[in-house]
Ligand binder design. Structure first.
Ligand code: PHB
Length: 388
């Protein structure tokens, strides 16, 4: 205790900590820049994919005064689902469940946005309404396997290409989820345009081989994402809307032959929209392993910053020193932490005082109960077990 007070005092007076200065991201008023990144945990209540008390406890534990939490990716419709147990935001029960989550976060002075997603082809017919094929921009099968509704690993199926006249419905589904997020008490939404899910599948020409207004040129491939962003802005207002992209990242079999032109166009287009923030996943990071990051990968935040003049959140493989450096040299306004927030519910406080961090247990990331979810200890609480 004495040690932590001393370090706090030292930091505040001698050397202001870049991570602990206030920040306004549109309508989101933050007191520090340690953001919880969106993370799939697959623990909604069944049937119905409903957030419940355990989820409210988890998010409430991770809330801090003026700290931003971004929820796990949340299905905008049953068709948007790609994994067992991911929560939705399209039924009254789900909205009520999320209301308990936002209440728990707000009770601690925290700020929370809902990450709204559609997985597109990263699903399986066993997870889809009426056993239909997953949908995508084109009938292009992602390489590899996927976990089906019974938990077995099976080859990906070739998705059904969405008809052009279905795309307005996808935009409307994002809008409905944004309205539901507002009703559930969220402070805003983050449109999931990253990591090889539906909007990213449209962006990249490895997965998008369309010949209509939504395929071909960079402008056409960006059309669906920008239509979704504009429609969500129209209901919530730009200061309540963030967007997440994963430039140059190959996760979920993403590939684009014109990467630089695509990212530059998106940065310029999103810059016109006065978003709360743009959130980039750094391509050096790999959230499927705990191996050290690949330092030779492109610097996404630095690249976007040259074109996008709004607020940037950068996520991917950060530790305390690299996060401080990224904010101090103005590459990013705030830093997203994923894994470290799993093992450390009080991560902002631990980073502030330089406390030891608990290592996260990868075996309990996806699905299950409170173990590896709400039973990680706070740094001064020896009564909770430390799984890792
Ligand atoms: C995942 O469940 O593997 C997942 C979900 C959302 C992401 C990335 C990965 O953005």
């Amino acid at each position: 205790m004495l040690r932590s007070r001393f370090i706090t005092f030292w930091n505040a007076t001698v050397q202001p900590d870049p991570l602990f200065s206030p920040l306004k991201l549109g309508a989101l008023e933050l007191k520090h820049r340690v953001v919880m990144a969106p993370m799939t945990r697959m623990r909604s209540a069944q049937p119905g994919n409903v957030p419940h008390a355990l989820n409210a406890e988890y998010y409430g534990q991770r809330a801090s005064e003026g700290g931003l939490l971004i929820t796990e990716a949340t299905d905008i419709t049953p068709q948007a689902q790609g994994y067992r147990g991911t929560p939705g935001l399209y039924t009254a029960e789900q909205i009520a469940g999320w209301r308990a989550v936002t209440d728990a976060v707000h009770a601690k002075g925290g700020v929370i946005v809902s990450q709204i997603w559609h997985v597109g082809r990263i699903s399986h017919s066993s997870l889809q309404p009426n056993g239909a094929l997953p949908v995508g921009p084109s009938a292009v099968r992602p390489a590899g396997d996927h976990t089906n509704a019974s938990g077995q690993s099976v080859p990906f199926e070739t998705p059904r290409a969405l008809e052009e006249n279905e795309l307005a419905g996808i935009v409307a589904d994002f809008v409905a989820a944004a309205r539901n997020a507002q009703e559930a008490g969220f402070d805003g939404v983050e449109v999931h345009g990253a990591n090889g899910y539906l909007l990213d599948q449209f962006l990249r020409n490895g997965s998008n081989q369309r010949t209509d207004r939504y395929g071909g040129s960079v402008e056409n491939r960006a059309r669906l994402l920008l239509e979704v962003v504009d429609a969500v802005i129209a209901v919530l207002g730009a200061p309540h809307v963030g967007v997440r992209l994963s430039p140059w990242n190959g996760f979920n079999d993403m590939f684009d032959s014109e990467g630089e032109a695509l990212w530059n166009y998106l940065a310029a287009e999103l810059d016109k929209r006065d978003l709360a923030y743009l959130h980039v996943v750094e391509p050096r990071s790999d959230f499927t392993t705990d191996l050290p990051v690949n330092d030779s990968a492109p610097d996404a935040a630095g690249h976007f910053k040259a074109i996008f003049k709004g607020s940037l959140i950068s996520t991917g493989g950060y530790v305390a020193e690299t996060a401080r450096a990224a904010v101090a040299d103005t590459r990013a306004h705030a830093i997203g932490f994923g894994r470290l927030f799993i093992g450390n519910p009080d991560l902002p406080e631990r980073l502030r005082i330089g406390a030891t961090l608990t290592r996260q247990d990868r075996a309990t990331f996806y699905g299950g109960d409170h173990r590896g979810y709400t039973d990680y200890a706070f740094h001064e609480d020896a009564s909770l077990s430390c799984p890792a």
